[in-house]
Design a protein around this ligand. Structure first.
Ligand code: NZQ
Ligand code: ZN
Length: 389
């Protein structure tokens, strides 16, 4: 490992079928006023809302609700929540849902006491908060983003068509606790389950495909990817398999809780492309990543050939004997493609609602990052998007 770093992750995790049992003890650490944040209603249908409410009531909390947080939460919804939170003066924000609800709650936590416009400050200028931050706790119901143990908060500005994630540097923005019960994820539709699985996989890829040094993080990443491929195949066939679903949940957390990014540069261009597609189509996050991944990875492969070769051998079990490095690396990508098809992922942006006329606009919404094997030009972005159609 060649990079210097500090590592601190303060999120306390409670994992397993009985993990909600720890909510009461966590709630006792905070004052009476709670903002309960949830999405479009899945938690009401599957009973998680009632379970959480019972604990809040038993603890004597005064609860205000922000409901209807949509997938890919919008800036307008954030403004709406800020008004509710300012009048309720919360001691804790409790997010019950997937990455969208968790991200939204974190964005809210840094915005309630912010004197400036949060979009301008956090998403355009990428500044850190200089106001009081309200602590966030999570009860996770959808697996993929890693939002339960990181300081990321992605918000979409539907007017400017920009979907921007700010990964805050201050670890105070990470949830103070997260409750991870794999059973809570069992009601997810297959589409969401596999989308989340690909999101996890791509988070690992984004941190793996960068750097030339011998790095412990890359070995951890290869192990996480192998575990995910194995469990995803079981969950794809038998979605209610608890062992597979719990492994997937745990892998998601480790894929994006900052650990495997330590001591190395990271890429994140699939996410920049995917988020731009999302800003124009409002498509499901993991599917936007799946739809642009192969054109992108095939394009950058020659610039990071050694790593793509390791990926083929160590993650996909490709036999390199008698093959050139390029042949081995390509075989790895084709194994990945077969697995993606096996899961039923969306493999092009056309199926997500994009068309050729939208490519220039999507390219305009794509933020170019410089941590991967190839810094893309705008023309290269347009080419990759066209190949993703
Ligand atoms: O809104 P409800 O009715 O709850 O339905 C949700 C939503 O429609 C449903 N769902 C969630 N749990 C369920 C369930 N349905 C049945 N049973 C359950 N147990 O699933 C749908 C998707 O939920 P959402 O929270 O949007 O999914 P996800 O967890 O993939 O979050 C996506 C958001 O997170 C951002 C994405 O960009 C996107 O905005 N990301 C956050 C990251 C981070 N914090 O680090 C990193 C990621 O790369 C990602 O960008
Ligand atoms: Zn993601």
């Amino acid at each position: 490992m060649l990079g210097d770093f500090a590592y601190c992750n303060p999120t306390k995790l409670y994992f397993g079928e009985n993990s909600l049992g720890y909510l009461a003890s966590e709630l006792k650490k905070y004052g009476k006023n709670i903002i309960l944040v949830y999405g479009g209603g899945s938690v009401k249908k599957n009973g998680i809302y009632d379970e959480v409410m019972a604990v809040l009531k038993a603890e004597g909390k005064d609860v205000a609700e922000i409901s209807g947080v949509m997938p890919n939460p919008t800036l307008n919804k954030l403004y709406e929540g800020i008004e509710i939170a300012r009048s309720h003066k919360p001691d804790l924000i409790l997010a019950v849902g997937g990455g969208s609800v968790c991200d939204y709650s974190k964005a809210l936590s840094v915005s309630v006491n912010c004197k400036e416009d949060p979009w301008e400050k956090y998403y355009l200028k990428f500044e850190e908060p200089d106001c009081e931050i309200i602590p966030v706790g999570c009860v996770l119901t959808m697996v993929g983003t890693g939002s339960e143990m990181n300081a990321g908060a992605v918000i979409t500005n539907t007017e400017t068509k920009m979907k921007i994630g700010h990964v805050f540097a201050d670890e105070k923005i990470m949830p103070v606790f997260s409750i991870l019960n794999p059973r809570y994820t069992m009601t997810l539709p297959h589409y969401q389950m596999v989308s989340g699985i690909y999101d996890i996989f791509n988070h690992i890829c984004e941190q793996y495909f960068s750097g030339d040094d011998d790095n412990t993080s890359d070995y951890i990443s290869e192990g996480l990817m192998r575990s995910l491929i194995h469990s995803s195949r079981i969950a794809n066939k038998t979605p209610l398999d608890y062992e597979a679903r719990s492994n997937i949940m745990w892998t998601a957390t480790w894929a994006l809780n900052t650990l495997v990014a330590k001591g190395k540069s990271t890429d994140w261009m699939v996410h920049m492309l995917g988020q731009a597609v999302g800003a124009h189509t409002n498509a499901t996050h993991g599917m936007t990543l799946a739809a642009v991944s192969l054109p992108y990875y095939k394009y950058i492969m020659p610039y990071g050939l050694e790593k793509f070769k390791s990926f083929a051998i160590n993650v996909w079990g490709v036999d390199a004997n008698g093959k050139t490095d390029t042949e081995t690396a390509l075989e790895g990508l084709s194994a990945m493609e077969s697995w993606m098809n096996e899961l039923g992922l969306v493999m092009n942006i056309t199926d997500l609602g994009a068309d050729e006329a939208m490519v220039e606009g999507i390219a305009d919404s794509t933020i170019i990052l410089e941590g991967g094997y190839k810094i893309l030009s705008r023309n290269e972005i347009v080419d990759i998007l066209k190949q993703s159609l």
